[in-house]
Ligand binder design. Structure first.
Ligand SMILES: NC(=O)c1ccc[n+]([C@@H]2O[C@H](COP(=O)([O-])OP(=O)(O)OC[C@H]3O[C@@H](n4cnc5c(N)ncnc54)[C@H](O)[C@@H]3O)[C@@H](O)[C@H]2O)c1
Ligand SMILES: [Zn+2]
Length: 433
């Protein structure tokens, strides 16, 4: 195996975790003890916000009136595509009841969660698309209470575009809260009286860590932190497009990794040459974010074969993965670790981010090794049930009693014995054992 790193990242997605963990743990503790007044205090201190926390129907109507019709059309377009994809997901999941043995029936049911909290990030950008991705999917799944929160723009509250999108997609209540205080409010039911059963949505390292620390007390979709892009390219790829796509995602923030894995030295070198100019041409603050991200988290790896390239890419387990190579189907069959795959130059991560249809809330930091992104299924509990006839007890109860005794669990065994004794008083099953 011959792998050469042409540009090395100094930092990994996990860099700086310890400090974030300490900050977040102490904030969560403070808010849990102090409740709403402490959350208000955090909003003031961290985001300069002392306006109302719960968004009123009047504020939503005002946002709707303020937004130009063409923008509303675009938001509706994205919502429609995301909703239709989610509906197909819903239909792909099913309940069943089966007669496993004569007289014994077992089934699977899909039960939507009662209350979910949707975090919509907003510190740097107005993430309209994130609002669409979480709320729409929860609604298609049939969640009863969908509560959203998003940080205020300094002095302005949640951007009108995000408010419009949240309302359009069906959020029941919207809180003007960001970061740890937003996640804490959703979890503990502050300002709404509805503690969340599950938290979903991406966010920066504070948001992602808050979700991780609360996991267990509340469900979470996944670890969805700073965005990542991986690109696999062979000699057929266009370095100008590769560079554009790497920079396109590095824009997310100074800690957003951008990885290129290629089997072609010329493609690698040309892409490395082109990236800085594209970053330089961006407006601020985007330029600063992308420059820092590329400098510290950008990596370019040259591999001998496509098998090696697939292995390197699966090692990153990137949140988003583009494939610019001949034979996209080979890669679709081969790759195993990614959040969402973009096959061919004609599509790109930004399409998926904004409006294509598949969800953009995706696993980061290697979580794609064990989970996919947000989907209707994440809002549904796959539960089971069973029922049986008295006659079917004959076999199952006898086996259960024997296995229970094998494990040393006498009281378990007697629950089976008691049924046999009741249903078949004339037979001595223990003699058969
Ligand atoms: N994985 C995905 O699917 C996906 C999609 C879109 C965006 N994102 C990610 O979402 C993130 C958005 O980040 P953002 O910062 O712009 O918005 P954000 O809403 O995630 O975070 C803003 C909040 O961070 C808190 N905060 C900031 N500095 C803090 C500090 N020092 N201590 C405690 N709290 C602090 C503030 O309370 C603020 O409200 C980016 O990392 C982006 O990559 C991910
Ligand atoms: Zn993006």
């Amino acid at each position: 195996m011959s792998i050469e790193t042409l540009k090395r990242a100094d930092k990994r997605p996990a860099t700086g975790e310890e400090e974030t963990r300490r900050t977040v743990a102490s904030l969560l503790d403070e808010i849990e003890r102090g409740g709403e007044p402490t959350a208000l205090d955090c909003a003031r201190r961290l985001d300069g916000w002392d306006g109302p926390i719960v968004v009123s129907p009047e504020a939503i109507a005002a946002a709707e009136a303020a937004l130009p019709p063409a923008l509303k059309d675009d938001i509706r377009y994205a919502h429609d595509r995301v909703r239709r994809f989610a509906e197909h997901q819903r239909h792909s999941l099913s309940e069943f009841e089966v007669e496993l043995e004569p007289g014994f029936r077992a089934g699977q049911k899909l039960i939507p969660m009662t209350t979910v909290g949707c975090y919509v990030p907003g510190g740097r950008y107005a993430h309209v698309a994130s609002a669409i991705m979480s709320v729409t999917t929860a609604r298609v799944a049939g969640v009863r209470n969908v509560i959203a929160c998003s940080p205020p723009r300094r002095g302005e509250g949640i951007p009108t575009s995000v408010l419009y999108a949240l309302h359009l997609c069906g959020a029941d209540q919207i809180l003007v809260l960001g970061g740890v205080q937003g996640i804490a409010a959703l979890t503990f039911g502050l300002f709404t009286g509805h503690p969340a059963d599950m938290l979903v949505g991406p966010g920066n390292q504070y948001v992602a860590e808050a979700k991780r620390l609360l996991f267990g007390r509340v469900g979470i979709d996944m670890f969805a932190g700073p965005s990542e892009i991986g690109i696999i390219a062979d000699g057929t790829a266009d370095p100008r497009i590769l560079a554009s796509d790497l920079v396109g995602q590095a824009e997310h923030g100074p800690n957003s990794p951008a990885w290129l894995v290629t089997t072609d030295r010329r493609v690698a070198e040309e892409t490395i040459r082109l990236v800085p100019g594209l970053i330089e041409a961006l407006p601020e603050p985007n330029r600063g974010f992308a420059a820092a991200a590329w400098r510290e988290y950008g990596e370019v790896t040259l591999c001998d074969s496509r098998e090696e390239a697939a292995e390197v890419s699966d090692g990153y387990a990137p949140e988003h993965l583009e494939v610019h190579a001949a034979d996209p189907d080979w890669w679709l069959g081969r790759l195993v670790n990614y959040g969402s795959l973009f096959l061919g130059e004609e599509t790109t991560v930004a399409f998926g981010d904004k409006a294509a249809g598949p969800n953009h809330i995706l696993p980061t930091k290697g979580a794609a090794r064990y989970t996919g992104g947000l989907s209707v299924g994440k809002f549904l509990k796959t539960v089971t049930y069973q029922r049986m006839t008295r006659d079917a007890n004959r076999e199952l109860a006898a086996v259960t009693a024997r296995l229970s005794r094998l494990e040393g669990m006498e009281a378990h065994a007697r629950t089976a014995d008691d049924r046999l004794a009741k249903y078949f008083p004339d037979q001595d099953f223990r003699l058969e054992a």
